[in-house]
Design a protein around this ligand. Structure first.
Ligand code: ASP
Length: 321
């Protein structure tokens, strides 16, 4: 008995010493989407700023596919020691319902660190698409139906959710084309291989400004500072259409609370870093307020978003597996 007590005391001393020293080696952040896409860009900017505050290098590992569930699963199964983390978005909460055979329970699989940003989305088309306004696009899509294509990053991705909302509002069924992320969707839009998509402004601002693709609307309540001529979907013909893409940092369940607190403090410092703020603004997004860059806020958002999307997905009756 005494031996056990001593062993337990020793183990907890070792854990608290290692939490105190943390991090002593590079941290790996898994991003379950293709390199060069919006989630990857947001993650790299966030990781660079967190790394400054943690005094350790942070590497990014892209593991896209199956609506982000492959990369997410890798983090869920990782050693909960603070050296493997996840940055992902709203797709975490939709996958919980879309994938009936997920090998983890999204609600309890993580020690959340905090939220990062809410990225606006944009409805976009190939550069030579006939319609020039959202109203014209709506008529064109209704008329073409399944003859029109819509690229997305797979079931459960933000682009997929945006497409589902669009189709349900238009009462039209488009042909969806899944990719491993929206970076390759963008290439195929620019290359005129597909007709339309909906992607985070972080990925579309450059191509819209450079006229490589057509921008029809932004999906948030307010217009974007750097694309002031782009109307909101609500004002341009899709009443009530609204979708922002929350992103957060998550550690696997069982990560020592002292490490989660250190990560959360580094995230809060990162989100105040003028370099991060500028780089986020350049891609048309903003850091969340400090009160949302916390474990509690990320846990609340994850749970409430699972609750919000579950009935919508169940009513649509479309599952990934
Ligand atoms: N997060 C995906 C990406 O970065 C895009 C999406 O969810 O639609 O490629």
């Amino acid at each position: 008995m005494r031996l056990l007590t001593i062993a337990a005391a020793l183990a907890s001393t070792v854990a608290s010493v290692s939490a105190q020293d943390y991090p002593t080696r590079p941290i790996n952040i898994v991003v379950p989407a293709a390199a060069g896409g919006p989630t990857d860009t947001i993650s790299r900017i966030t990781a660079a700023a967190m790394s400054k505050h943690l005094g350790q290098q942070i590497t990014i590992e892209n593991a896209g596919g199956a609506g982000g569930t492959i990369g997410t699963g890798r983090v869920v199964r990782a050693e909960p020691d603070g050296y493997t983390l996840l940055i992902y978005h709203v797709g975490l909460s939709t996958a919980a319902t879309l994938y009936r055979k997920l090998p983890y329970d999204t609600r309890s699989a993580f020690a959340p660190v905090g939220l990062v940003t809410d990225a606006p989305m944009t409805i976009v088309g190939r550069p030579d698409l006939e319609p020039n306004t959202l109203r014209e696009l709506i008529a064109w899509l209704k008329d073409r139906g399944a003859k029109a294509s819509f690229g997305n990053a797979g079931i459960g991705s933000a682009s997929h959710l945006c497409g589902m909302l669009l189709m349900s509002q238009l009462q039209a069924q488009l042909t969806t084309v899944p990719y491993r992320g929206t970076a390759p969707v963008m290439n195929d839009l620019i290359g005129k291989q597909i007709d339309t998509s909906c992607d985070q402004a972080t990925n579309t601002t450059g191509p819209i400004s450079g006229k490589q693709i057509k921008g029809y609307a932004v999906t948030t309540k307010a217009r974007l500072k750097s694309l002031p001529d782009l109307p909101t979907a609500d004002e341009a013909g899709l009443k009530g259409f609204e979708l922002g893409v929350w992103h957060g940092v998550f550690a696997p369940k069982g990560t020592p609370p002292a490490i989660v607190q250190k990560l959360s403090a580094a995230l809060q410092a990162a989100l105040k870093d003028p370099d991060l703020v500028k780089r986020f603004n350049d891609i048309n997004t903003e850091p969340v307020g400090q009160d949302r860059a916390t474990p509690e806020a990320a846990q609340r958002t994850l749970a409430s978003e699972i609750d919000r999307w579950a009935p919508i997905i169940k009513a649509a009756g479309e599952y990934a597996d």
